[in-house]
Design a protein around this ligand. Structure first.
Ligand code: PRP
Ligand code: MN
Ligand code: MG
Length: 181
C-alpha cells in the first residue's frame, strides 16, 4: 500500500509536542551560550528536521555545518566503527560546537564523533538530541540537551527512517510489526 499511516502502530510524540520541546531546548541553549556564537553540527540524514527546527527556534548567533557518517557492520545495528562520508567544511579551532542528532541509540556513533570533533581543537563540544534510548546504550556519553528518553522500540518520523522511509513525518511514531517482520 502507499498509505504511510497504515505502517504505523502509534504516535509517540505529536508535531505540537515536538515543536514545544524543541522550543524549550532552544531556550536552554540560548541561555547557556549567551554572548557566544555556536556552530551547530547536524549529523546527516536523521538530524535534518531537528536542525531545521532548532536553528529557527534559537535566538543566538549561529552557523550550521553538516557531517555524514556511516557505521560499518550489519544493517540496523551500529558497530562503533565509523567512517566519514562527508566531512565538515568548517575549521573547528576555538569554536563552540553543538552536535545535533535525532536519536542516540547505542551511543556508538556519537561517542566516536564527539572524540573526533574534540581532536580538532574546538573551545567546546556539546550534544543535543531529540531522542535517546537509555536501555540501548552501549557507551556512556555526556549529553547536555535531550528532548525525550524513550523505550527501546523502533521509532520513525521527524528525520528517523526505516530503510530510508518515513523521515518526512512531522511526528515520531512506532512502526507496525508487519512493516519490518
Ligand atoms: C541513526 C541515528 C543516529 C545513529 C544512532 O543514524 O540518526 O545518527 O543512528 O545510533 P547509535 O547511537 O547506535 O550509534 P543512521 O546511521 O541510521 O543514519 P541516518 O541518520 O542517515 O538515518
Ligand atoms: Mn543518523
Ligand atoms: Mg538511519
Amino acid at each position: 500500500t502507499s498509505d504511510v499511516q497504515a505502517d504505523l502502530k502509534h504516535v509517540l510524540y505529536t508535531k505540537e509536542q515536538i515543536q514545544q520541546r524543541v522550543a524549550e531546548l532552544a531556550a536552554e541553549i540560548d541561555k547557556d551560550y549567551e554572548g557566544r556564537e555556536v556552530l551547530l553540527v547536524g549529523v546527516l540524514k536523521g538530524a535534518v528536521m531537528i536542525m531545521a527546527d532548532l536553528a529557527r527556534a534559537l535566538r543566538s548567533h549561529l552557523k550550521m555545518d553538516w557531517m555524514a557518517v556511516s557505521s560499518y557492520g550489519s544493517g540496523t545495528q551500529s558497530s562503533g566503527v565509523v567512517r566519514i562520508l562527508k566531512d565538515l567544511e568548517t575549521d573547528l579551532m576555538g569554536k563552540h560546537v553543538l552536535i545535533v542528532e535525532d536519536i542516540i541509540d547505542s551511543g556508538l556513533t556519537l561517542s566516536w564523533l564527539k572524540t573526533n570533533l574534540i581532536s580538532r581543537g574546538p573551545a567546546s563540544v556539546e550534544i543535543c538530541t531529540l531522542l535517546r534510548k537509555p536501555a540501548a546504550a552501549k557507551v556512556d556519553i555526556d549529553v547536555k540537551y535531550v528532548g525525550y528518553d524513550i523505550p527501546n522500540e523502533f521509532v520513525v518520523g521527524y528525520g528517523l527512517d526505516f530503510a530510508e522511509k518515513y523521515r518526512n513525518l512531522d511526528f515520531v511514531g512506532t512502526l507496525a510489526p508487519h512493516v519490518y517482520e
